[in-house]
Design a protein around this ligand. Sequence first.
Ligand code: XIL
Length: 310
Amino acid sequence: SAAPPLKDITSRYVGSAVPATALANEADYRTTLTREFDSVTPENEMKWASLEPNRGQYNWSAADSIVNYARQNGKSVRGHTLVWHNQYPGWLNNLSAGELRAAVQQHITTVMTRYQGKIRAWDVVNEVFNEDGTLRDSIFRQKLGDGYIADAFRWAKQADPGAKLYINDYNVEWQGAKSNAMYELVKSLRQQGVPVEGAGFQTHLSTQYGFPGGFQANLQRFADLGVDVAITEADVRIQLPADAAKLSKQADYFDQAWDACQAVGRCVEFTTWGFTDRHSWVPGTFPGEGAACLFDESLKPKPAYTRINP
Ligand code: XIL
């Protein structure tokens, strides 16, 4: 099409989650990624279970391949993620509280030090809240107490002082119990001098629900706390089979999310959780749903892409 690449129509980073295998094996995938985006987030490759499945044995190759691609092609990297209740290695379950605390510190330090200066922003903690705004009863909270969050940010700051340190979550796009809790936590951590520097809004949307009300105002209130904000994992899933009406609704949602970020000075990044329906977590996670990305399986821009970039 005649439209410029997405990355060239905004001052924000425009990113996608990327699986290392697609990047390595699919030339057309890589070409579209390189043309349209200027930031990448490893989809699974930097999660703790991927990096250190056995204690003390780090597998860096897949994560390195994405970072090397980024460096060779002038792309920015979002690191994802250091402390999360999913996709952590089973050996953590056998540790005492003291051992777990030391393991978390060592993990943050090891990973961030390896990539120091190569990663623009890190999701230090991911999905720490329940829907009602209470803290999720993860292994980290159970064994280490609520203070594990502040500790994680302090350790992260020591490991790579140049990376922007984020708290990241889903269902926080509208103002409700969960986003209010994230807001209060960011505010109180900052009052205590804890280096939380960004709030990430995953933005996994569905055309089955309404577009999150007040998204822009919500981004703005976090920005007003003095942190950057980012749309970190945007996708808009559709009840299959997709049709023109559903794709048009999806286009409207993507465009509203895009515009919300454009309207907030400190919204620094618009990242999608995969850019092509060929590689998306949605069909495997939400049975009967899919077609959640900006490009179809053959890398043709969908109506959502054209709505953002006419
Ligand atoms: C997902 C990946 O896309 C899948 O491949 C994997 O099987 C599970 O995790 N929120 C997050 C991401 O923060 O890490 C998740 O990624 C999607 C939801």
